[in-house]
Design a protein around this ligand. Structure first.
Ligand code: PMP
Length: 463
């Protein structure tokens, strides 16, 4: 997307001192930071793919700026900034929903627009339950969900329960539903046995899901929930060929729904607008978020398969779920323009081409690094997993916080890169990783800069 800098943004000071994450004894702003004792860097502006701090540091970070989106937001603000969706609709929500549904080739027939990925997942869980209650022959006993270990699907109690992020769940275990059960991720680096073929690994995972259905009682399972490509928690793991097809077959055999969470992997990040297009499966419910509005406005969505829509339409005729900012006109106008630009500027081929280049360069520069155990990804979504010992794949203990140390080191002025850290939800099984997710309009030069800076950060932290 084009580079656009509104006049109100402060110019960076010439000499950046790299004001690092600072421990603070008093907080004079009133913001409750994620780390209560640490003030993060203050972002005051942007330039291309860079975020500019109040200190003048320019940090390489996925970031989009485009005058066309800015104009669309301003235009919508002038028309109507808000209308309560329980009583009204608005053109921005109508337009956005239309192109989203069309982008699935009509496979999904409605879009339910909310403000965050968490809300989209929460809505998917509720809609799945409502669906079974409103079938011509209702199946209200379907109250169980199956999802995968080391997964993250959001922060509210329902979505947190569906996920398996141990660190984020810990305090709340007692109030999370016990009706969510977990099976293994498709995670070849650690899950595949020595000498095992892709086909037999996939068959083993499908059997694990089948066994889980059997142990729970197949007709009590409402849905299987999975990311089409595992994102930040496991670290950019694409599904193996045939994996999602095999999982969907198990769901269909037992009449359960397939919910694909594409909050992170959807809307172009993996090279196609919907990540499931590459897997030969169509979900019953699909969540989307990050690539939808490209960060311009809080927005996410739930795309609903026609048969689910038809069932609810014939049933009570309402989705028992409504939110104040549902279908927000300004967010929808921003996302609509972002989606048009992805098409107008032909960005998806660039995601695929630059993604291949990023993957090749990572293998070339870091493939032999003794601490880089695995390099994996698809499209413009790649991860490096770190190990203490490459042959045994021994990971670093979570207490060492390797991924977060890499992130903090990346923010030093000599590197100025924001690396996305993760560690499987601190389960102590899989290793720390960092994810790289450049903007869809990234260039070869920018990819080279990213890999160069990331390599230097790794060298400083891990030697
Ligand atoms: N699902 C997935 C796969 C995610 O990656 C995330 C956020 N990282 C969420 C759900 C929650 O989205 P949000 O942070 O927008 O609530």
């Amino acid at each position: 997307m084009g580079d656009y800098q509104p006049e109100t943004i402060a110019s960076p000071t010439p000499a950046a001192t790299g004001n690092q994450l600072k421990d603070i004894s008093t907080n004079d702003s009133g913001v409750l930071y994620h780390q209560l004792r640490q003030k993060p860097l203050n972002i005051v502006g942007g330039r291309g793919s860079y975020l500019i701090t109040d200190d003048g540091l320019e940090i390489l970070r996925r970031h989009l700026r485009d005058k066309r989106v800015h104009d669309a937001i301003m235009e919508q603000l002038q028309k109507i900034p808000y209308a309560y969706s329980l009583y009204f609709t608005n053109n921005a929500a109508e337009n956005l929903s239309r192109i989203l549904v069309d982008s699935t080739g009509g496979k999904m027939s409605r879009a339910f627009i909310v403000s965050s990925g968490t809300e989209a997942v929460e809505a998917s869980v509720k809609m799945a339950m409502q669906y079974f209650r409103e079938l011509p022959t209702p199946q209200p006993q379907r109250v169980k969900f199956i999802s995968r270990t080391q997964s993250y699907h959001g922060n509210t109690l329902g979505s947190l329960a569906v996920g398996h992020h141990i660190a984020r769940r810990a305090i709340y275990e007692s109030i999370l539903t016990k009706n969510v059960h977990h099976v293994s991720q498709c995670y070849p680096y650690r899950g595949m046995k020595d000498g095992e073929s892709t086909e037999s690994y996939v068959a083993r995972l499908a059997q694990e899901l089948e066994d889980k259905f059997q142990s729970l009682g197949p007709d009590t399972v409402c849905a299987f929930v999975a990311e089409t490509m595992s994102g930040a928690t496991l670290g950019c793991v694409p599904a193996l060929p045939g994996y999602l097809k095999a999982m969907k077959e198990v769901c269909e055999r037992h009449g359960a729904l397939l919910i694909l969470d594409e909050v992170m992997s959807g809307m172009g990040r993996t090279g196609t607008l919907h990540a499931w297009e590459q897997e030969g499966v169509v979900p019953d419910l699909q969540t989307i978020a990050k690539g939808l509005g490209a960060g311009y406005a809080p927005i996410a969505g739930l795309l609903v398969n026609k048969h689910v829509v038809d069932t609810l339409t014939r049933g009570t005729g309402a989705f028992a779920h409504s939110q104040t900012y549902q279908g927000h006109p300004v967010s929808c106008a921003a996302a609509y323009r972002v989606q048009q630009i992805i098409q107008e500027d032909n960005l998806l081929p660039n995601v695929r081409e630059m993604g291949e280049y990023l993957g090749c360069l990572l293998h070339e520069k870091l493939g032999d690094n003794p601490h880089v155990g695995d390099i994996r990804g698809r499209g413009l979504f790649w991860a490096l997993e770190f190990v203490q010992n490459k042959s045994t794949k021994e990971s670093y203990p979570p207490s060492k916080k390797i991924a977060w140390t890499l992130h903090a080191t990346g923010l030093k002025p000599e590197y100025a890169i924001s690396l996305m850290p993760g560690n499987g939800g601190a389960d102590g099984v899989n290793g720390d990783h960092i994810c790289l997710a450049p903007p869809y309009n990234t260039t070869k030069a920018e990819i080279e800069l990213i890999v160069d800076r990331a390599s230097k950060v790794i060298q400083e932290v891990l030697g």
